[in-house]
Write a protein that binds this ligand. Structure first.
Ligand SMILES: Nc1ncnc2c1ncn2[C@@H]1O[C@H](COP(=O)(O)OP(=O)(O)O)[C@@H](O)[C@H]1O
Ligand SMILES: [Mg+2]
Length: 458
């Protein structure tokens, strides 16, 4: 690899323009040169120590009859690789060449990822999934994997969140002993990610951080990519058989919020393809249609109300006719209620998830505020749905009333369906609706729909 290749690779992995990546690489190289020039060494955790080693003078072997060529004394740059780097090079030769691949050597992960167990898990997972298809819901709050067959779906979820704690050998050992997955990204902090993140956030009385914000990868979160990659590795093994993987992506935003969907989708596709899958994205609302509307010939309106956003898709015979997303959902409710009640957003989320019943009058100031912001989300959603339908060109002629199915964690509280139906009926609706219902399992509907799409393509 030469410097040009290095810049190309850096641009690809970071998503930066080549010129910006070149500036980063140039700056890094000039810092390295400066440090080495002043006879200082550079220590990079996970890689090793770079330093200048004096080189003795000598002679180049020469052809018979000609005098040997002298080589003057000088200095050579040496890398003393760390144990971690050596271990990872020995166990997985392409690790440093694969985009964003994490170091999964024993030193960097907790007990859960110990090599022996990892191998065994890989074998059993591989046997379970042999020749099958997978669906993955990549949500702002959670990643949900669906596997198996349409009539026997298994799901597993990981929280799409992490916290960071200061690195120390002591903390690292405690995490290992407790079989907590964590990673080091070459700096002085440890990231605890996935389902464990919440437990540790409560323990340290801190808020979790998220690799995604409002439905897409969060560009202002420095650990966004390595953390989401680590969480994905908790759910998915690498494969050699090119299994079908369908993963959910949001629709284009209606409210003009800037989300970089193209980047988000491309980074995820790259990651899954790099793990050996035949991967393709599917709109999250369409996934709800796939999961819930087989009886209706995959025709109807699928709505997924998650943490970061609500996603809507009107489909006819499985073909999306209208899709959009709205960056107002569970997180917006938590943030807004927290702000008007001077409570933490995490505490509000717990109240909301554990006891909110939208079908009865509010019992306290938290519930009052929750009702207000739930109404706000529902009204915004219904208005956006009406305007999107009005703007849709080439609307197919529908000869039969179609269903609306609501999914996602935000649709879970009792009374959500009632409030939504009321808002929809209040000012009339341009399409004939056969029924409005909540999905069988609102938290897994998107993943199940992705699996069905993958099974159809397999
Ligand atoms: N029982 C519940 N009652 C109310 N809200 C819930 C419940 N369960 C989850 N949520 C909320 O749903 C959102 C997450 O939904 P989910 O479909 O998992 O989201 P995402 O697609 O963003 O990953 C969060 O705002 C969470 O607080
Ligand atoms: Mg979702």
């Amino acid at each position: 690899m030469n410097k040009k290749d290095l810049i190309e690779e850096a641009a690809r992995r970071t998503g930066l323009a080549r010129r910006a990546a070149r500036r980063g690489v140039d700056a890094t190289l000039s810092v390295i040169k400066g440090q080495l020039g002043s006879d200082d060494c550079i220590y990079i955790r996970g890689l090793g120590r770079l330093y200048l080693k004096p080189k003795r003078s000598g002679f180049l072997p020469a052809a018979r009859g000609t005098p040997p060529k002298p080589i003057p004394a000088g200095k050579a740059v040496k890398l003393k690789a760390s144990r971690q780097a050596v271990a990872s090079l020995n166990t997985d030769k392409d690790r440093f060449l694969t985009p964003h691949t994490l170091d999964t050597s024993e030193n960097n992960f907790g007990g859960k990822m110990e090599k022996k167990n990892e191998k065994e898990n890989e074998k059993t997972e591989a046997a379970k999934n042999e020749g099958s298809a997978l669906g993955l819901d990549v949500g702002t709050s959670r990643l949900v994997l669906a596997s198996g067959q349409a009539d026997n779906v298994k799901t597993r979820a990981e929280l799409n969140a992490f916290i960071t704690v200061a690195y120390s050998k002591f903390t690292e050992n405690i995490l290992k002993q407790n079989k907590v997955s964590y990673q080091l990204n070459g700096d002085e902090r440890l990231q605890i990610f996935g389902n464990e993140a919440e437990r540790f956030a409560n323990f340290f009385n801190t808020e979790v951080r998220r690799p995604m914000f409002n439905g897409t990868l969060n560009p202002s979160e420095e650990y966004s990519l390595p953390v989401i990659q680590a969480i994905i590795h908790q759910l998915l093994r690498r494969t050699k058989s090119g299994e079908m993987l369908r993963f959910s992506v949001p629709g284009a935003p209606r409210d003009g919020t800037s989300t970089d969907l193209v980047y988000h989708e491309a980074m995820l596709r790259d990651l899954f393809n790099g793990m050996g899958y035949n991967s393709k994205s599917i709109n999250e609302g369409l996934a709800v249609v796939f999961a819930e509307m087989e009886q209706d010939n995959f025709s109807g309106i699928g709505i997924s109300c998650g943490g970061g956003m609500c996603n809507v898709c009107l489909a006819f015979m499985s073909i999306p006719v209208m899709t959009f997303s709205l960056a107002k959902a569970g997180d917006y409710i938590d943030r807004s209620v927290a702000s008007v009640t001077s409570e933490g957003a995490t505490r509000i989320r717990v109240i909301k998830e554990e006891s909110l019943d939208l079908s009865r009058p509010p019992q306290n100031k938290y519930e009052s505020a929750l009702h207000v912001y739930y109404d706000d989300v529902i009204v915004s959603l219904v208005e956006a749905l009406r305007s999107s339908l009005a703007e849709t060109k080439n609307m197919p002629r529908i000869d039969k009333p179609i269903p609306i199915v609501l999914a996602g964690g935000t649709a879970k509280p009792k009374g959500f369906l009632g409030k939504f139906s009321q808002a929809l009926k209040r000012d009339g609706f341009p399409l004939e609706i056969s029924e409005i219902r909540v999905a069988d399992d609102p938290l897994t509907a998107t993943a199940r729909g992705c699996l069905i799409a993958a099974l159809y393509d397999a």
